[in-house]
Design a protein around this ligand. Structure first.
Ligand code: NAP
Length: 265
């Protein structure tokens, strides 16, 4: 079945996303990343073509973050004239400057960051905003007020839904309870966070998958079609709303869609 006919709701927000999303780390940053090989950032023509291809293949979800270098600012230009075709997901909490990450989960920084993302993305509203965890999920949720601030920004209409990209099971479960959506790592080599997906399936929460191919390491593993195996694995779980796959290679993009469609049959 074509990807166009698959859209998955994010909780009761009215937002519906394609089962594959486009990750954009590689549009904005090539330092301090954990991919199997180095790469040059695509130029504007290549990036525009990639985005057009993704859209034509049925993808409506694009994932970015302030911590992805120039990704947000580039999308602000690249998505001109097609804003309504996209569900944009961005983040708060992590900054990446001079090749180093730093974190600020305070209400002040959260508000500042969302307002800055609105400007960079050249839009009036961001569809999804996730807390970009540094790993201390429970501390952030219980003591930093980040999710509360995002709830206020949602009420004010600056964002349409919110949640958290977590790194622990406990954090994922609590974030899912307190928000619309989580983003978790889930792939053939990392099943630890599956309980979070179980919770999302049972409680009608959105769940985005990061590192579905273990940042590309699974795709180059020996054995029979690791990408198809990955797609079959991901979409066997009813909690998965969308797998955000980061690619700047048009052949990989179409390969991923064909294999996702096969898995979703
Ligand atoms: P990923 O999607 O598991 O892997 C991306 C890597 O796989 C790229 O190097 C890509 O290379 C390669 N690839 C993709 N499709 C392929 C195919 N069909 N065959 C061979 N290689 C393939 O990992 P990720 O980029 O780390 O994560 C995906 C997205 O999730 C990111 O872009 C980002 O939006 C989000 N993310 C969020 C967080 C967070 O904390 N919130 C953390 C990490 C990632 P090519 O470009 O050559 O295709």
């Amino acid at each position: 079945m074509p990807l166009h006919s698959h859209r998955r709701p994010i909780a009761n927000t009215g937002i519906e996303v394609s089962p594959i999303g486009l990750g954009t780390v590689k549009l904005g940053r090539n330092q301090g990343v954990k991919y199997p090989t180095g790469f040059e950032l695509p130029d504007d023509r290549q990036a525009l073509n990639l985005i057009a291809q993704a859209r034509d293949l049925g993808i409506n979800l694009i994932d970015t973050a302030p911590a992805y270098g120039i990704s947000e600012a580039r999308l602000g230009t690249l998505l001109k004239g097609q804003r309504n075709d996209w569900i944009i997901c961005s983040k708060v909490g992590e900054e990446f400057e001079n090749a180093e990450s730093s974190f600020d989960f305070s209400p002040e920084h959260t508000r500042f960051s969302v307002e800055r993302s609105l400007k960079r993305l050249n839009t009036d509203v961001i569809d999804m905003v996730l807390v970009h965890s540094d790993g201390n999920d429970l501390h952030i949720i219980n003591h930093c007020g980040t999710l509360d601030t995002l709830a206020e920004l949602k009420q004010q209409g600056l964002i349409r839904c919110f949640g958290m990209s977590t790194k622990t099971i406990e954090g994922g479960l609590l974030a899912a309870e307190k928000s619309d959506c989580v983003m978790v790592t889930y792939n053939l080599n990392h099943l630890d966070e599956q309980p979070v997906l179980d919770y999302c399936a049972q409680h009608n929460k959105g769940a985005l998958i990061k590192k579905a191919l273990a940042s590309g390491h699974i795709a180059i593993e020996d054995g029979e079609d690791p990408v198809q195996k990955s797609m079959n694995f991901l979409f066997a779980h009813p909690g998965v709303s969308s797998a955000i796959i980061g690619t700047i290679n048009p052949n990989h993009l179409s390969d991923n869609i064909i294999k996702a469609e096969q898995a979703l049959k």
